[in-house]
Design a protein around this ligand. Sequence first.
Ligand SMILES: [Zn+2]
Length: 463
Amino acid sequence: MATRPSSTSTPRPKVAVVGCGHGELNLIYQTVESECHARRGWSLSDLDLLIICGDFQAYRNALDLNCASVPRRYRRLVDFHAYYSGERTAPVLTLVIGGNHEASNYFFELYHGGWLAPNIYYLGAAGVVRYGPWRIAGLSGIFKPGDYRRPHDERVPYDSHGVRSAYHVREYDVEKLLQVTGQVDLCLSHDWPMWVELFGDYTTLYKARPHFLDSAKAAGLGSLPALEVLGKLRPRYWFSGHMHVRFEAAVAHRDHQPIQDTIRGLPVSEPIRSKLPIFQRQTSSRGGDDVTGRTEFLALSKPGPDTSSYIELKELDLPAHSDEAQYLGRSTCGKFSLHYDEEWLAITRAFNESLRIADPETLVVPPERHKKKVPSASISRHRKWVRENVTRKDLLRIPENFERHAPVHDPALPGLGDQPPEYPNSQTARLAELLQMTNRFAIVKNETQESTGIDLVDFTLDE
Ligand SMILES: [Zn+2]
């Protein structure tokens, strides 16, 4: 039951951030609790959110392991299945994006985002949500240029290419994020925005990890689309994982200047400058002297003995967007409830018909319907619809409507070698109903075709 917003002044949100999860939920919750106490004198209940920046590994059962790009010798169910089955409950509201080692099938079923388990919310392939007066955006997956412009054409059972491309970032999802206007407070990506290290102590980083410099020299370290999103949304904070190292940078955004040009203007040392492709091109814009915003970038590592490298505890220094009372509903524990973001719902609705996914039976992807990008006028039209049909009806609060569709883990079933069928997710269906849009993830099945598991040849993975 949600309570109505109160007008009392809003304290700063306390968050715990973890780089990669690698499925180690028990260890993470336990360590976050002890670190809260040791570093800050906080208890776990003081935390507003725990944020995990990918490689979350939401394996519901052993079959889900076969939909992840993890070499067979490293496949372990780890902890999530117990949170899915209800044996354990996440002790703090946990926000998650996807990385490159995931149950890609489960994330696909929750493409628009949703509860992976009670109190554990996935932001979707891309997504924006509200936590009280603050706005949080996320981009799942990692950037691989060759798959960027492809449709979402992977359906289970994945073949040896699909099991990897399933988590590669798609232009379609990035394009949605680039439509977001107004203040975004916090943004999450698994791989780092490309070149972000140049805003921090890149010399020490490149020295400690020479292969980072090799990647930077070849094509840039990290994600080009994440860089674009960083340059456009200019959030106050940006958190990432993936590189398994702790790294900080302070990004100063300049007035009317594309972020690539801002990077070219950084006082990067000549030996490095001469090696990196971004400096081979001239700055294309003039001006940009005034700093108009700053992003505090923080990358964190994976669970391990050095807790300070993978867990950050922060009181976020964020302004409250005070005019937006529709997001301030609280749960019974007194914390803010997660809410949909009105503009993001409008963008999702505006883009829905141009989402290209493979037919689950034939694997055929429909041809592109819109050559041109979704115009902003269309988004404002959808925004008006969302305001009237969702916001004004008090339906922005994300319902706690987690449901189990896949079976819970059964230790008696080995599961090796099989991929599960796709389980159309009721949360995905509810969101489509809320927005009165076609559920592109619905599977209309002939009742005689029910399948329980599909044999699949083993494949070797190298990522
Ligand atoms: Zn990782």
